[in-house]
Design a protein. Structure first.
Ligand code: PLP
Length: 475
């Protein structure tokens, strides 16, 4: 392995794009400053770059194929050889799987510099999953908020309905290279389970998905999809019967069957090298979004917002923006019934740290280090930990982490459906809610970019029942 520690030193990339850095335009101005210096009236609507012929030529706002290329590694930051991002991360796992983790790290490292691997990955991401996903200007939502322009990165339009497929395809390709004949995964909302079962069907690999009993109940549609795709779904009845317990069981399975089985971890969490692998596969989101906003607006956004469960969609969209210090990065954790109630899944906001699933991180634990029960209306956010790179981004102040409650997230389910014709996943609704609140306080020339990580079809039954909120939800 040649993993080296690269500090998270931020340098402005404004020069790289040539698009005069207007990233701090949230600071009150009444118009849009043109690249040439002229000030125009700021209409609410409209991507403002695409129409400017000379802008495109002069400022190279066009998306170059290389900018959408999954092989791009320009923004990669690596952990130490033992998988540490600052104090966080590591490989706290049973001895039996340590060799498998090192083998995985080494093969992954080779694949990163293998053009054939990138060609294959790119082929499936485009021809099979439908990438690049659009960056959509949410005009009516923007008008409703009366402030900054809100752009949605439409990961919900991926095949299988969420960002999880980006990582699942990548990990199945790794499993093939490792010669593994079986793949296992944990799932909460069922999206990673569906994505893994899909990729396993695509490549003809045996697949087994671990899922908590409670999540099986609230995500029954996805359970059916996984079975239809040929996967075995193993019910986990221990602990809180949610994602954490599903991951415990998946690790147990892996320890026993490591010879022929690849464990496709679904988030940027778990032991090294998973947080790095998953970030790499998900950073295609940010690379596309960065190129697309430059094409549409000739500048970078003021803020990038994403929900945080284990942290994969958030680190995926943050990654290519980390060095753009004028771009605020905001992760939205699940505030559940409210931080004060203790019934939530906001690990960073809870401020306690410990070891979970092989990695040192912010984790919901008590004074004795025991993992606490969590709650979120969004099954995919209902996890007591968070990936190590987010912990470091938080501590260095490069990213900010906030909370949105169940009730607030559910309100967006209705708002986005009515205003934009887009039914968002409950996970993504957390991010959209915060983005709307931010936008209201910003000028109309500011830009907020939100990762719409998945679509909400899977949540409709649960919303109708209103069971997690203890009340009916009127739609
Ligand atoms: C649509 C969607 N968004 C977000 C998440 C949260 O996961 P992560 O933080 O890894 O992106 C999930 C998890 O299942 C999901 O299904």
């Amino acid at each position: 392995m040649n993993f080296s520690t690269t500090p998270l030193v931020a340098t402005s990339l404004a020069a790289e794009t040539g698009c005069v850095a207007k990233t701090s335009s949230a600071a009150k101005t009444s118009g849009v400053t043109e690249p040439g210096g002229a000030v125009t009236a700021s209409a609410v609507a409209g991507p403002s770059c695409a129409a400017k012929a000379n802008c495109t030529a002069k400022l190279s706002c066009v998306v170059e194929p290389s900018q959408l290329d999954t092989a791009s590694t320009a923004h990669r930051r690596r952990p130490t050889p033992t998988g540490h991002f600052g104090a966080y991360g590591g490989m706290f796992v049973p001895e039996t799987v340590i060799p498998a983790l090192y083998e995985l790290a080494s093969v992954f490292d080779e694949l990163l510099s293998d053009p054939e691997f990138h060609r294959e990955l790119n082929y499936y991401l485009t021809s099979y999953s439908g990438r690049p996903t659009p960056l959509y200007f949410a005009e009516r939502l923007t008008r409703e908020c009366g402030g900054a322009k809100i752009y949605l990165k439409r990961e919900d339009l991926n095949h299988t309905g969420a960002h999880k497929i980006n990582n699942a395809i990548g990990q199945l390709l790794i499993a093939k290279r490792l010669g593994k004949t079986r793949v296992i995964a944990e799932t909460g909302a069922g999206q990673h389970g569906v994505a893994t079962a899909t990729a396993a069907a695509l490549f003809g690999v045996e697949c087994c998905i671990y899922m908590g009993e409670d999540d099986i109940k609230r995500q029954s549609l996805n359970v059916y999809r996984m079975k239809l795709l040929g996967a075995e779904v193993r019910r986990v009845g221990s602990g809180t019967k949610t994602l954490k317990d599903a991951m415990n069981e998946a690790i147990r399975d892996w320890v026993t069957n490591v010879r022929d089985t690849h464990y496709a971890v679904g988030s940027a969490a778990g032991p090294h090298p998973y947080p790095t692998i998953v970030r790499e596969f998900q950073s295609v989101i940010g690379r596309e979004a960065r190129a697309q906003i430059l094409e549409l607006e000739c500048r970078l956004p003021d803020a990038v917002v994403a929900c945080v469960g284990g942290g994969s969609n958030a680190i995926g969209i943050f990654d290519p923006f980390v060095d753009d210090t004028n771009v605020e990065l905001i992760g939205v954790e699940a505030g559940g019934l409210g931080l004060a109630t203790g019934s939530h899944a906001a690990s960073i906001s809870n401020k306690t740290r410990g070891i979970l699933h092989g990695s040192f991180q912010y984790v919901m634990c008590d004074d004795d280090g025991q993992i606490k029960n969590t709650h979120s209306v969004a099954a995919g956010l209902d996890y007591p930990g968070v990936g190590p790179e987010h912990c470091l981004l938080h501590d260095t102040g490069r990213a900010k982490y906030v909370v949105v409650t169940d009730v607030e997230a559910v309100s967006v389910f209705r708002t986005l459906s009515r205003l934009e014709g887009i039914i968002p996943a409950l996970e993504s609704s957390h991010a959209v809610f915060h983005a709307m609140e931010m936008a209201k306080r910003m000028d109309s020339d500011a830009i907020v970019l939100v990762n719409l990580s998945g679509r909400g079809d899977k949540d409709v039954q649960d919303i109708i029942r209103g069971q997690d909120l203890g009340r009916e939800v009127t739609v």
